[in-house]
Design a protein around this ligand. Sequence first.
Ligand code: NAD
Length: 280
Amino acid sequence: MTRIIDGKSVARGLRKRIAEEVTSQYRPEEAPGLATVLVGDDPASATYVASKRRAVAEVGMRDLHRHLEADASQEEIGEVLDGLAEDPSVDGILLQLPLPPGLDIAALVDRIPASKDVDGLTTTSAGLLARGLRGLRPCTPSGVISLLEEEGVPLEGAGVVVVGRSELVGKPMAQLLLQRNATVTIAHSRTRDLEAVTSAADILVVAAGAPGLIGREHVKRGAVVMDVGIHRADTGLVGDVRADEVLGVAERLTPVPGGVGPMTIAVLLENALRAAQWSR
Ligand code: NAD
């Protein structure tokens, strides 16, 4: 029997704890303030930002949203980010990605000071993570760690394979696992024999952005499988793992939807709270 990891329930618990901390530590007008910055009107980005803003309000934080026109220039966006960076009433800044074509995303992200980098995506935040120093960590990989800890899955010494090496998920995921003394292997699109690599894993974290990439043959019996992938299919949302095949082989599995996904916004809120606590 494979245990299905209930990310929705863990995320709900985390949001409740954050709301309690916010209301017990801050008056409403002084609550942590999170600035979401949306450039343009991409419908998917607008939906993501709307759910982040709802979540911010629900835990009693201050929603400091900024919306810029789709034709905003690199300099205009940079100036908005600089203004938020200098504003002491802003604790966290989130630049919603992707941006309209033609903009230098990395340069804009790096205008956000590490102390307000609630997405954990700036070069400084990546450096702090690599060095094991205090800092804000990328939300999705942090959410995977929280789920594993909540499930009581031992990480120390465990053989973990991370499929994917993006700045957003794969690389920080590997760093966070390494810090917890896991034995980490990173597989990616140039890995020669993916099946041989993944089928040795005690814990398999899949963030390849390739629907159904991982099937029964890739999973060791009794492994824990964390599926980060999200794809819209005719049948609804699906992940990078063929869940129907892995059921009965894995010891535990995150479903899509309802697994890793709900943790991302919960960790974003946690980061905003930490940013406020560390800076005031
Ligand atoms: P990405 O496209 O930036 O990176 C994908 C990585 O997977 C690359 O490093 C690539 O080398 C590797 N890869 C691709 N195809 C492969 C293959 N066939 N075999 C082995 N490795 C392969 O994607 P990302 O931003 O890291 O996101 C990965 C997935 O996670 C996407 O489906 C994305 O939608 C999802 N995601 C979910 C959340 C969430 O909140 N749950 C957050 C971020 C990303």
